[in-house]
Ligand binder design. Structure first.
Ligand code: 17E
Ligand code: FE2
Length: 428
């Protein structure tokens, strides 16, 4: 495959790429023709190209989008057995409990829903996905289904799985054994939910157990941490301290950390010390949290979202994820990371020009760091030929128009392709 006249994110000018054996073989600067500058409408790019030689006409090529946080076992179950009417995290959890008992989980059905969600994500440029899977569900059908899917899709779309104890590790009888069972079955990351454990002590003990498991199984850690508005929900300091003590920071993600939006600055400034010392990563889910949080209070209402801007400017890595697609927690969602980014930049006060001009980091390279993708990821000669081509020339345009992904290539093979709709407007 040969790509001509593309912009490459982070580089000046136009480029051509040669791809074979699933890898980028050559990446070379290319002279711009006189009549370029996106003069050719996106829907004609493929018409004018053949599958082996695509002229991008100045469109932006970048590494694939990364979905660092989703629950594939729950996707597309919204409304069964009923919708979450309060819009709270807790009604989401109890609705999921009802689903698990009333609609017995079946491997084939879970795989089918997960595939539908992954197909949507692929359409929007995602190639790497980290999914939580509920392990406090004794049949373990979810774990089995997603492990099978991970293997079936390897090389097409890459999936990491997190053993996620939805109802708590210590607050579920036999919870530790369930976590061990999931790790034995080959799940990639250890998860947790300390803020939902019955007591502070349980929450702290669960975190120590999580890191013990991570060390034993040489696994990454990805914990739902402080997903609530309670300013006293302070498990992040315990998570970061454990990660620091054990040297596990670069392999650890603190997800949600919504309570950080409620911490006072005096505490936050002190907390920052251990966050920086540990080097843990962060994951925020802005569409999910703006919907679920702030539900217990009158006006003025908190936003319930972690300090994306402040953490980023303190040098910490923050990625954005969607968390849900039509499930008991969040009723809508398309799989498009640009939609999540749009929300994150709005609620995070991140629409300054400088912010927008590197906005796509939040749904690409930052997510790749959360997933520890290392040199598996990036537009460089010798690396796997994984990339997307956006119908935009830069981050600013991509964000403004929520631009479609024209082409998504994984290991040198086309995973998804889109012909954007054409509109006609008259008399203006
Ligand atoms: N479970 C949970 O505890 N929190 C969430 N946001 C989702 C599932 C989606
Ligand atoms: Fe989640």
């Amino acid at each position: 495959m040969h790509i001509q006249q593309c912009r490459i994110r982070g580089k000046e000018g136009l480029w051509e790429l040669e791809i074979s054996d699933g890898r980028f073989q050559k990446i070379r600067p290319q002279q711009a023709p006189a009549e370029l500058a996106t003069a050719v409408p996106a829907d004609q790019i493929f018409a004018r190209s053949d599958q082996d030689c695509i002229n991008a006409q100045g469109r932006l090529l970048l590494p694939p989008f990364v979905e660092p946080h989703i629950h594939l076992d729950c996707v597309l179950t919204a409304g069964q057995p009923h919708y979450n009417m309060s819009g709270t995290l807790f009604e989401g959890i109890s609705t999921w409990d009802e689903y698990k008992t009333q609609v017995p989980l079946e491997v084939a059905a879970i795989k089918d829903r997960a595939r539908q969600a992954l197909r949507l994500m692929a359409e929007y440029g995602v190639q790497f996905v980290r999914s939580h899977v509920d392990v406090t569900e004794a049949s373990f059908k979810g774990v089995q289904a997603l492990l099978e899917l991970r293997e079936e899709l390897r090389g097409t779309m890459e999936i990491q799985l997190v053993a996620f104890p939805q109802n708590g590790i210590l607050s579920t009888r036999g919870g530790k054994e369930l976590m061990i069972r999931a790790m034995e079955m080959g799940v990639d990351c250890v998860g947790g939910i300390p803020h939902y454990e019955f007591s502070r002590d349980y929450g702290v003990d669960s975190l120590k157990f999580i890191f013990d498991l991570a060390e034993k199984y040489d696994a990454m850690v990805d914990v739902h941490c402080d997903e609530m508005d309670d300013e006293q929900s302070r498990y992040l300091e315990v998570l970061a301290t454990e990660a620091w003590e054990r040297g596990w920071g670069p392999r650890t993600v603190a997800a949600h950390t919504c309570a950080m939006g409620s911490y006072n600055d005096s505490y936050y400034n002190k907390l920052l010390r251990v966050l920086q010392a540990s080097g843990i990563h962060f994951n925020a889910c802005p569409t999910e949290s703006i919907h679920l949080q702030g539900r217990t209070e009158p006006y003025p209402k908190r936003r319930g979202i972690t300090r994306i801007k402040e953490l980023s400017s303190a040098g910490l890595n923050v990625a954005l994820g969607q968390d849900s697609i039509a499930d008991p927690w969040y009723p809508i969602g398309t799989g498009n990371p640009l939609r999540v980014l749009d929300m994150g930049l709005h609620v995070g006060h991140l629409l300054g020009y400088q912010d927008i001009s590197h906005a796509l980091d939040f749904i690409s390279v930052n997510g790749a760091r959360n997933l520890c993708l290392g040199d598996q990821y990036g537009i460089m000669e010798g690396r796997p030929a994984d990339f997307i081509l956006l119908d935009a020339k830069d981050d600013y345009e991509a964000l403004r128009f929520l631009s479609p992904v024209l082409l998504s290539v994984h290991n040198g093979k086309i995973l998804a392709q889109k012909q954007p709709a054409r509109a006609a407007v008259y008399d203006i």
